[in-house]
Ligand binder design. Structure first.
Ligand code: AMP
Ligand code: MG
Length: 531
């Protein structure tokens, strides 16, 4: 295990790509460059509030103890830049809520550099480390609540088996940050924090879009070649169809990640093209949320309350729309539009296949076959009919005993589990319960016909249906405790989220459905972009 200060720091990104010639740090449009060099703005009193022991172990990095390894903590707070690091803010653009927004860029993130780790070469990026040339009118900072949310969710997603950027540390800055949480003209001072994110690359769809939109064709080719060389070594860059193959692979990865989001009930909240990774990773945890009651129309993002562009049920098609914008950016490299259509088809096919496999796995079936349409269609129709906790429903179903039992007994057990998942069991009409009973009959039959036995089905279903997800109110409880100086909730919750598929009898409080007090509480059900 190495201290952060002992890693072999480098910067493959800045060494291989052209930087902005202007070195002063002020807000500006940047052209013909992939990044701007910028040093994090020091903070008053960096204090380590959170540490992902599991990521640190995977990377081979030692826990930085205050008093004996203060330099590493200074690095994580942005107060110390080590030899070999070339901190930079990346230039990118993006479509926000469907409209081209022009230049965005890392307005509050600064990549310190990269280092070889047990996981390979990884970039280390501070989020909330001060203004950059891309900060526009904002301050480059992040508040504690949003940083806790990013820290917890990055790691939770990883442990659920979902491609994501990771989070190594959460550092309190000792500085205050002013935010207008409700956008109602009542700004408040809040504690500031910085998350150290870790990823092989932070390049986004928008990294390419900005180059295409500015007509920087040579730079676009440079970036595509760089991405292939550094991150898609399986693609031979000299081959005529290299860019097409690159897009195909991005399409595949994005589709698989989206299918996972749907599987666990994750709602990203701001699927702008600048927030989609070209490695297919989940990136930029802002006003995200987790489905509680199953509702395809739900979004946690208050900024999107009217149109609900980024609601749960729309996510796969939004990613497809975003991918089309990425494909359009490649037109100068791939003039044959039918080649781009092929990429779009790959997205659709990969999503449908992955999603189908995941739904089958959630139901404990080896596959969804012809004749299962009613079974699959009805489960979602009935889930939406009366507020039913998505996570609890599938977890309960995972342990329903079927083998050799009479249908009436199975149905009675099923309804008991279902009642636990209802938010208001008394609201469920007899007709709805009847329809559920019928569904249960269909289900029992399908399982039997496909030759699945209870033992193997219980084990496999529990691997697809998590017991513990980062319910919005759980994150908020951790934040509230931390804001009053108590990190015990954060620590316990982080640990529980490392084994989300286990039964975890000691953590049943984290597996409960949302309590009523949290239904409309800010931070628990509604989040603003300033999150
Ligand atoms: P997001 O919606 O968080 O993906 O952010 C969209 C854009 O706004 C990105 O370019 C961010 O870097 C920038 N941004 C968000 N918050 C801040 C902030 N507090 N200071 C500077 N830039 C920000
Ligand atoms: Mg972003």
């Amino acid at each position: 295990m190495k201290k952060i200060t002992e890693l072999l720091w480098g910067s493959y990104f800045t060494e291989n790509l052209a930087g902005d010639l202007e070195e002063k740090n002020f807000t500006r449009p940047v052209s013909h460059a992939f990044f701007s060099r910028v040093i994090p703005t020091p903070v008053k009193a960096p204090k380590l509030l959170g540490w992902s022991r599991s990521l640190a172990n995977e990377l081979g990095i030692a826990f930085p103890t205050a008093g004996s390894d203060d330099d590493s903590i200074s690095v994580l707070g942005g107060n110390l830049v080590l030899p070999g690091m070339t901190p930079y803010a990346a230039r990118y653009g993006g479509h926000q809520f469907g409209n081209w927004a022009g230049q965005l860029g890392d307005g509050r993130a600064i990549t310190l550099g990269d280092a070889p780790t047990h996981l390979g070469r990884e970039e280390f990026q501070l989020k909330g480390s001060g203004p950059t040339p891309y900060s526009r009118r904002a301050d480059g900072r992040a508040v504690l609540r949003s940083s806790v949310r990013e820290f917890l969710c990055s790691e939770a997603m990883h442990h659920l088996g979902i491609p994501t950027t990771r989070a190594l540390s959460l550092v309190g800055t000792g500085d205050l940050v002013t935010r207008d949480l409700f956008y109602d003209g009542n700004p408040k001072d809040e504690p500031g924090a910085i998350v150290c994110r870790v990823s092989p690359s932070f390049l986004r769809f928008g990294s390419f879009e900005i180059l295409a939109s500015e007509g920087e064709t040579a730079e676009l080719k440079t970036l595509a070649d760089f991405l292939i060389r550094e991150h898609f070594p399986e693609i031979e860059s000299a081959e005529p169809d290299a860019y097409g193959k690159l897009l195909d692979e991005i399409a595949r990865r994005t589709a698989v990640t989206l299918a996972h989001w749907m599987r666990v009930g994750f709602v990203h909240g701001v699927m702008n093209t600048d927030n989609l990774s070209v490695l297919g990773l989940t990136i930029d945890y802002g006003p995200y949320g987790w489905l509680e009651g199953y509702d395809p129309g739900w979004t946690p993002n208050t900024t999107d309350r009217e149109r609900k562009r980024y609601r749960y049920g729309s996510q796969p098609s939004v990613a497809q729309w975003n991918l089309a914008r990425l494909c359009e950016s490649f037109i100068s490299l791939i003039p044959d539009e039918s080649r781009l259509t092929q990429t779009m088809k790959i997205y659709e096919e990969t999503f449908l296949t992955s999603y189908g496999e995941m739904i089958a796995a959630k139901l404990g079936l080896p596959e969804i076959s012809d004749g299962d349409e009613k079974l699959v269609g009805d489960v979602f129709k009935l889930l939406a009919a009366e507020e039913t906790d998505f996570t609890l429903f599938f977890r309960e179903l995972s342990s329903l005993a079927l083998d050799g039992r009479e249908l009436s007994l199975i149905q009675a057990d099923f309804l008991t589990g279902l009642r636990k998942a209802f938010f208001n069991p008394e609201n469920a009409s007899p007709q709805l319960l009847n329809e559920w009973s019928e569904w249960c009959g269909l289900y029992a039959e399908a399982v039997k016909n496909k030759g699945m036995r209870d033992r193997e089905r219980h084990v496999s279903m529990k691997k697809s249906n998590p017991k513990i997800v980062l319910r919005n109110y759980l994150a908020q409880n951790a934040i509230t405790a931390l804001e009053s100086g108590d990190d015990s909730v954060l620590r316990r919750l982080s640990l529980a989220l490392e084994t989300p598929y286990d039964d975890q009898e000691e953590n049943l409080d984290f597996a409960e459905k949302r309590p009523e007090w949290a239904r409309n509480k800010p931070g628990c059900s509604a989040l603003s972009c300033s999150s």
